[in-house]
Design a protein around this ligand. Structure first.
Ligand code: AKG
Ligand code: FE2
Length: 273
């Protein structure tokens, strides 16, 4: 009886999520239709070369190396490292993230506080955005556990500004990969969501119904990439050489922001040392 009730409850929840997803996709059509028609809104991402000075890139890599840890923990006041190897899903096991990384370097903090990233993204998007956190992502080579095609969340969209701190000169050095225009692949997204709900997979997985894709782009350190995170994207599954250091700045559209502070992967107080 209990098992029956639990599965009925689960089915009701999944159905509600799916109906809500359809409603969200329809609102998302309206959201994008009001925005300017440009490369960023059409492709879902745009690449801006030579954004960050090469010396500052090198300096920030050093700050990352000095502050890296083998276990998730607080590093300084409101700065923490998240070690993905600890996650139960076994995905992205070679990835570490330092959140609020700008608080560890004055030059980077000045850049973040200057609002230049926010303004540049608003220029591309034609809408107000809020920067939630600046993080450093460290990716050691990984050809086994990198998460496949996904969205960070289903609509409404969030955005990221990626800044490479090391050159990514080959597919083997772990480029960021995104499928142009896929932020508007509404049927494929819904089909994936449906399958995820039925199979119990993560609702944001998007690796089905898209065939074999090999989309990636290479870039030198200092390159800035603005990206819509409802795009189907992944880190390269062929990353077999060289550790990649990359800043990832997280944005929400102002109208979809709940005003809460960013806390992803933040250790509880008792975990501090
Ligand atoms: O490692 C990558 O290039 C992908 C990262 C990613 O999926 C994300 O930041 O949302
Ligand atoms: Fe992602």
């Amino acid at each position: 009886m209990m098992i029956f009730l639990t599965s009925v409850k689960k089915m009701i929840k999944s159905t509600a999520y799916f109906i809500n997803s359809i409603v969200k996709e329809i609102s998302d059509v309206f959201y994008w239709s009001k925005l300017p028609n440009n490369e960023f809104t059409n492709k879902g991402f745009v690449i801006i070369e030579n954004f960050l000075d090469s010396d500052l890139c090198d300096e920030l890599v050093q700050v990352g190396i000095q502050n890296t840890k083998e276990k998730s923990q607080m590093i300084a006041d409101n700065v923490w490292i998240n070690v993905r190897a600890e996650a139960a899903d076994g995905k992205d096991s070679k990835v570490k993230n330092i959140f609020n990384f700008n608080l560890l370097n004055k030059k980077l903090d000045d850049l973040i506080n200057s609002n230049v990233l926010t303004e540049k993204l608003e220029e591309q998007l034609g809408d107000k955005v809020i920067l939630k956190t600046c993080s450093l992502q460290i990716d050691e080579p990984d050809i086994r556990t990198k998460r496949s095609w996904h969205v960070d969340r289903n609509p409404p969209p969030t955005f990221k500004a990626f800044i490479y701190l090391t050159d990514v000169d080959s597919e083997l050095e772990g480029p960021y990969c995104a499928i142009p225009g896929s932020h508007k692949w509404r049927i494929k997204r819904l089909l994936n969501i449906f399958t995820n709900l039925v199979t119990g997979a993560k609702r944001s997985d998007m690796h089905r119904y898209i065939g074999e894709r090999d989309d990636y782009f290479l870039a030198k350190k200092g390159t800035l990439i603005f990206s819509t995170q409802t795009l189907f994207h992944r880190g390269s599954p062929k990353h077999e050489s060289k550790t990649r250091y990359m800043l990832i700045n997280y944005f929400k559209a102002e109208k979809f922001d709940d005003g809460k502070e960013f806390e992803l992967g933040k250790p509880e107080e008792w975990m501090m040392n």
